[in-house]
Write a protein that binds this ligand. Structure first.
Ligand SMILES: Cc1cc2nc3c(=O)[nH]c(=O)nc-3n(C[C@H](O)[C@H](O)[C@H](O)COP(=O)(O)OP(=O)(O)OC[C@H]3O[C@@H](n4cnc5c(N)ncnc54)[C@H](O)[C@@H]3O)c2cc1C
Length: 396
């Protein structure tokens, strides 16, 4: 495998770096990728600005066809851009890319023309409505009902854990249209301003209310917003799971930035014997161990992109990176707390905090990473199964 970037890829990388440098405030320490920190009041305006800028530059959905606003660029170029944005801690890394991709694969021509361009311009934000109170890992247990009428579907029920839905324009909603567990699910591209939809926010242990419960009370969804066929949600869900697993890779590159903050801190801070912390043998071991884990994860990312370019299955590698990404960001948060000592858990607004309180945030936020987008246990099941170790299927 050739790891070198082409001139075109290097140019895109530099452009992304410049974009973040120009648009983030002085001394920007970065945020975690995804909707959670973007829900912070001080970050949301930056996220909206950055998201639009990324859209203007054509960096959202870069692999998509030109007729919908994409650049028909390679998967390599897309992964280089997304990894760099995660590493730089940029807001505006939009999960709507996943939705644009879903619409491209399963949507009608009308849906593609209507819904993809605003996503790629950074104007239309989407949430994901898979989970319900009784449908998490067991996603096909969705109970939110969609009943077909002459001109529309009527939706009743609720979603939960829809990250950032309070700031989103639309949501991909997985709903029950027939009793068959797997062959009775349909997918709707729901406009969240439709009458009958209400949203209630839920706080995580970080204190950020980025999770949403989304309630549907006799909500009329036009038939042109059904994605794919009625009861055809199985294939769409399996495809969407693949994209969810890739969030593990964002965590690897997120951890790369945390590691660099910590290395910087250790070089510039003296410990008990007036020696810089960077000369402490135990600290060096810990930092080196994290660097190894990050490198392993990064190479897994390269493998996934390569497999995808070859049209080979990515289930095993993307499940591996999902598990590994969670371990790496949690490990990084732990190492940070150990090195920072009592300064580690201090709030961002404490005058005594170190590295802007980033390790306090990371320590709290990283707990959920082994659940988000499919849990580590479920991902290990994928590695163990048909596409990985070939162990026999576990019947429910
Ligand atoms: C930060 C974050 C963001 C999220 N954003 C969204 C979002 O935007 N949209 C959305 O729809 N959902 C979202 N979710 C929900 C997420 O998809 C679910 O949390 C996840 O699918 C697990 O479901 P659950 O929480 O109901 O846990 P459960 O499925 O109830 O699992 C509970 C425990 O049992 C284990 N378990 C379950 N089944 C198995 C099995 N077969 N083998 C081994 N162990 C098993 C799990 O690993 C877990 O430890 C988000 C979650 C988090 C943490």
């Amino acid at each position: 495998m050739d790891f070198r970037y082409s001139d075109e890829e290097l140019a895109a990388l530099r452009e992304v770096q410049q974009l973040v440098r120009e648009n983030m405030p002085e001394g920007w320490l970065g945020i975690d990728p995804g909707p959670e920190e973007e829900s912070r009041e001080d970050v949301l305006p930056l996220a909206i600005k950055m998201w639009r800028k990324l859209g203007e530059k054509g960096f959202i959905g870069i692999t998509l066809p030109r007729e919908y606003g994409g650049q028909e660029a390679s998967l390599w170029k897309e992964s280089i851009i997304l990894e760099e944005l995660s590493y730089l801690g940029s807001p505006g890394i939009d999960t709507a890319i996943v939705e644009a991709d879903l619409i491209l694969k399963f949507g009608t021509e009308e849906q593609k023309g209507r819904l993809i361009p605003p996503i790629l311009r950074g104007e239309s934000k989407w949430a994901i409505g898979m989970s319900e109170p009784n449908a998490g890992s067991d996603t096909f247990n969705v109970q939110l009902s969609a009943v077909e009428q002459e001109d529309c579907y009527i939706l009743n029920g609720q979603k939960i854990w829809s990250s950032g839905a309070h700031n989103a324009h639309r949501e991909v909603v997985y709903a029950r249209t027939a009793p068959d567990k797997h062959r009775g699910v349909s997918v709707f591209l729901v406009d969240l301003s439709t009458p009958g939809i209400s949203i209630r926010r839920i706080s995580q242990m970080t204190g950020i209310p980025a999770f949403c419960e989304v309630f549907f009370d006799n909500v009329r969804i036009p038939k042109e917003d059904l994605l794919g066929k009625k009861n055809g949600g199985l294939e769409i869900l399996l495809y969407a799971f693949g994209a969810e697993r890739m969030t593990g890779l964002f965590q690897i590159h997120n951890a790369r930035r945390y590691l660099e903050h910590l290395i910087d801190y250790c070089k510039n801070t003296t410990g008990p014997n007036d020696q810089p912390l960077s000369k402490d043998p135990l600290i060096r071991q810990r930092l080196a161990e994290m660097a190894i884990e990050i490198e392993v994860g990064s190479n897994l990312g390269n493998e996934i992109t390569w497999l995808a370019t070859q049209g080979k299955p990515t289930v095993k590698a993307s499940s591996q990176v999902k598990v590994h990404g969670a371990k790496v960001i949690q490990g990084m948060a732990n190492v940070g707390q150990q090195i920072l000592g009592l300064y580690g858990p201090l709030n961002e607004d404490s005058k005594w905090n170190k590295i802007g309180g980033r390790f306090r945030h990371s320590y709290l936020s990283s707990v959920a990473i082994s659940l988000a987008g499919g849990t580590s246990e479920v991902s290990r099941n994928h590695v163990a199964g048909r596409f990985g170790l070939g162990l026999p299927r576990l019947d429910p």
